[in-house]
Design a protein around this ligand. Structure first.
Ligand code: ADP
Ligand code: MG
Length: 258
C-alpha cells in the first residue's frame, strides 16, 4: 500500500516478540501513512496488544525495528517521552481516574499515560482548561466536564478517554480493543467518534479489534493477525470469507459480536 509523496508515520520491519517460549509476534512488517484508519483484526491471543505495545515501547521487541514519524523507537528515555507524547493510547478499560471530575482526567492526559499524584494535584491554566473542554466537545462530552468520572456510563467514559488522548495533540492514536466491554450500539458510537477524529483532524488511527463486523464497518485498511503473523493486509473490500478463515483459523464464534 503505497501513497506517493508521503513519508510513512510508522515503519515496522522484522518485528519479533517472544515471552519465554511464546512467540507473540513473528517477522511483522507494516508501513502506515498519515491519515490512515487501519484495523488490526485477530482473535484473542493473536498478538494485537503486543504489536501496539511494541509501537509505544511498553514492551521491548526481541528483534526488528519500529520507526515512528521518521525516527527509530529506542529505549532512550528523553526520545521515548517525546515519542509517547505524539501517540494517544486508548484502552479497553478506559484507564481513567474514576473519583476525579471528567475535565481533570482530560487535563492529565497531556502529562503522559497514567495520572500520577503530582499530575492530579497540578493547577492548570485557563488556556489548558479551555483546550481540554474543546477536546471533550469533539466527543460531545463537554456538558459532563465537572461530573465525577465514575458517574458516567462505559461508553461515556471511553469518550472521555478519547478526549484525554486528543489533549496530548497526538499524530497517531492506538486504540486497543476500545469497545470490547461495551454493548454493540454504544460500541458503534465510540467507533464513530474515532472515525470522525480520523477524518476531521487527520489523526492516523490504528484500531485493534476482534469482531469482524466492526472491522468491516469502520476499517478502510485491514491487517489480519493470526498467531503473531500478518496473514492479510489490504482494503476492507477484499476481506473475503477465505481470508477471514485464515485470520480466525476456523473459529468463527470469535468473530461476530451480534
Ligand atoms: N506479558 C506476557 N507474558 C507472557 N505471555 C504474554 C504476555 N503478553 C502476551 N502474552 C502472550 O502473547 C500472545 C499474544 O498476546 P496479545 O498480544 O495479548 O494478543 P491479543 O491482544 O491479540 O489478544 C498470547 O499467546 C499471550 O498469551
Ligand atoms: Mg489484546
Amino acid at each position: 500500500m503505497t501513497q506517493s509523496g508521503q513519508a510513512p508515520i510508522l515503519e515496522i520491519k522484522g518485528l519479533r516478540k517472544e515471552y519465554g517460549s511464546t512467540v507473540a509476534l513473528h517477522d511483522v512488517h507494516l508501513t502506515a501513512y498519515p491519515g490512515e484508519f487501519t484495523v488490526i483484526l485477530g482473535r484473542s491471543g493473536a498478538g494485537k496488544s503486543t504489536l501496539m505495545r511494541c509501537i509505544n515501547r511498553l514492551v521491548t521487541p526481541t528483534a526488528g525495528e519500529v520507526r515512528f514519524n521518521g525516527s527509530l523507537v529506542t529505549e532512550n528515555k528523553r526520545a521515548l517521552r517525546l515519542h509517547r507524547r505524539s501517540i494517544g493510547m486508548i484502552f479497553q478499560q478506559f484507564n481513567l481516574v474514576k473519583r476525579l471530575p471528567v475535565l481533570k482526567n482530560v487535563l492529565t492526559g497531556v502529562l503522559g499515560y497514567k495520572a500520577t499524584l503530582p499530575a492530579v494535584c497540578q493547577m492548570f491554566s485557563r488556556e489548558e482548561k479551555l483546550r481540554a473542554l474543546e477536546c471533550l466537545d469533539r466527543v460531545d462530552m463537554a456538558h459532563k466536564a465537572f461530573q465525577r468520572t465514575d458517574t458516567l456510563s462505559g461508553g461515556e467514559q471511553q469518550r472521555v478517554a478519547i478526549a484525554r488522548a486528543l489533549n496530548q495533540r497526538p499524530i497517531l492514536l492506538l486504540a486497543d480493543e476500545p469497545v470490547a466491554s461495551l454493548d454493540p450500539t454504544i460500541a458503534r458510537t465510540v467507533l464513530s467518534y474515532l472515525q470522525k477524529i480520523n477524518e476531521e483532524m487527520g489523526i492516523t488511527v490504528l484500531l485493534n479489534i476482534h469482531q469482524v463486523n466492526y472491522a468491516r464497518e469502520f476499517g478502510r485498511r485491514i491487517i489480519g493477525l493470526a498467531g503473531g503473523v500478518i496473514t492479510f493486509d489490504g482494503d476492507v473490500s477484499s476481506l473475503t470469507d477465505d481470508i477471514l478463515s485464515s485470520i480466525y483459523g476456523g473459529r468463527p464464534e470469535d468473530t461476530y459480536d451480534e
